[in-house]
Write a protein that binds this ligand. Sequence first.
Ligand code: OAD
Length: 262
Amino acid sequence: MTEVERAAAIMAEQAARGMPIVALTGAGISAESGVPTFRGAGGIWTQHDPERVATIRGFREDPARAWAFHQQLRRMCRAATPNPGHLALAWIEVALGDSVPTPVITQNIDGLHQAAGSRDVLELHGSALRVRCTACDYRSDDLPDEFEELPPHCHCGALLRPDVVWFGEMLPEATIRRAHRWAEAAGVMLVIGTSATVQPAASLPVVALRAGAEVIEVNPEPTALTVMADVALPGPAATMLPALVSALGDHLSGETLDVRME
Ligand code: OAD
């Protein structure tokens, strides 16, 4: 039995018991859509200092500088389309149906899981496709391609900021609480394309393991989680996840998944 087949067998067994199949994703799942990862060769944080562009202090110091960075990121996210890795997760949701919860907890801010069709996406770090006001309650995803001026301002006169979580900021409370609950309830946690270095997201697989879940990691590089995972699939998400879906299809009674992702 290959490791992919073993992972699929674990998922099928847990799904048959109605146990949640929970995904936790990071930048690696979007790498093959052309959105760079943060760390590693060519990573965003090797080109930009996060202190200056991804902290509230850096933003206050020079809002136009932080916005110029986020505009670049937003352009990349808007131009990107879901790859077979994102689509595979959406397929799992459809294939397992309503009796098996299949939430996708993501650290990504690119909106690609939603674009792929995943319906229950928990955005831990917000979205580059939204803005919020630094003073009032205004929040919007109805944004122009380019702002007329940087930094953009709210109708109330205050500065707008990207609706993302910067270093040192709290995660949206209801979202992290729900993510924790899914980690505790999971039969399987698929951990895909994350270096598992940024808290509190990095602790979710550990919570899941302690609560008895099987953890399946998809990542071409080893991480701190690899030795703890029940199955590690060392390869890119856009290859590994369709292979996993295909093997899972073989387990599902009476139906075979169509895994043509194009
Ligand atoms: P990282 O850039 O830290 O890690 C990306 C991971 O993806 C690495 O472990 C790579 O080995 C892996 N990877 C690369 N290509 C892949 C592929 N094709 N398929 C699967 N995996 C691949 O990104 P995150 O773990 O998401 O936060 O980073 C976590 C947070 O740190 C981000 O959400 C962001 C960042 O600072 C904020 O901005 C708040």
